[in-house]
Design a protein around this ligand. Structure first.
Ligand code: C5P
Length: 218
């Protein structure tokens, strides 16, 4: 990896995506939302009826996908179609978290992430500072209380109707637990990552804090 890399990890709803995009505008690096990779596998597994716990079938699926996807600044293209929007649903997030516990899937996606990070980028995910880019010169671990994360997620979902805040709290708790307790590359903070608890912070302040850290490190 030759370019500058910045790792941002944290649980669902901690604001990684928003913060990564704002930071990218400031420092002029592309962003790679690695959750989209797992969401892609989860989504296609659902649509093709591939069992979410079948390591072999999922590994074959990832091999096929790696030949037919394109990552561009506009999003993820599968066989020429931009499918990024369809990957954002809660149902796909849940499937993503299940396929993400399979080491075969993680290993194949790791190679792709290294390739995509080559020229430098901001990567956000769960295991970026620990596994994907352990040598990244800047690592952040973004957190927020479970209620605040659920409130943010709920505010996004509310427009589509349906879910209650309590249901979102429960879903997030389940996803957190699965991501933290899985055996391979669980969600955890790298020893050299800087933690930012955004519970009572505005996103601009989170980004300013990160810029301050980057400046101090030259
Ligand atoms: O961040 P997002 O909600 O899009 O991620 C969806 C799921 O993908 C997460 O719940 C997690 O299980 C998985 N994931 C992962 N490692 C990453 C990024 C996402 O395991 N680096």
């Amino acid at each position: 990896i030759s370019g500058l890399t910045i790792a941002i990890d944290g649980p669902s709803g901690s604001g990684k995506g928003t913060v990564a995009k704002m930071l990218a505008d400031e420092v002029g690096l592309p962003v790679l939302d690695t959750g989209l990779l797992y969401r892609l596998v989860g989504s296609v597994a659902l649509s093709r009826d591939v069992a979410l716990d079948s390591a072999d079938a999922l590994a074959d699926l990832v091999d096929q996908l790696l030949m037919s996807i394109d990552w561009t600044v506009e999003g993820v293209f599968l066989d020429g179609e931009n499918i990024t929007g369809s990957l954002r649903s809660e149902q796909v997030g849940e499937a993503a978290s299940k396929v993400a516990s399979q080491p075969e899937v993680r290993e194949k996606l790791l190679a792709l992430q290294h390739q995509l990070a080559k020229a430098g980028c901001i990567m956000d995910g769960r295991d970026i500072g620990t596994v994907v880019l352990p040598d990244a010169p800047a690592k952040f671990f973004l957190t927020a209380s479970i209620r605040e994360r659920a409130r943010r997620r709920w505010a996004q979902l509310k427009d589509d109707g349906g879910s209650t805040l309590e249901a979102v709290v429960d879903e997030l708790k389940m996803r957190d637990q699965r991501d933290r307790e899985r055996q391979h590359a669980p969600l955890c903070q790298a020893a050299d990552a800087i933690t930012i608890d955004s519970t009572t912070m505005r996103v601009d302040d989170v980004v300013d804090r990160m810029l301050g850290v980057l400046e101090r490190r030259g």
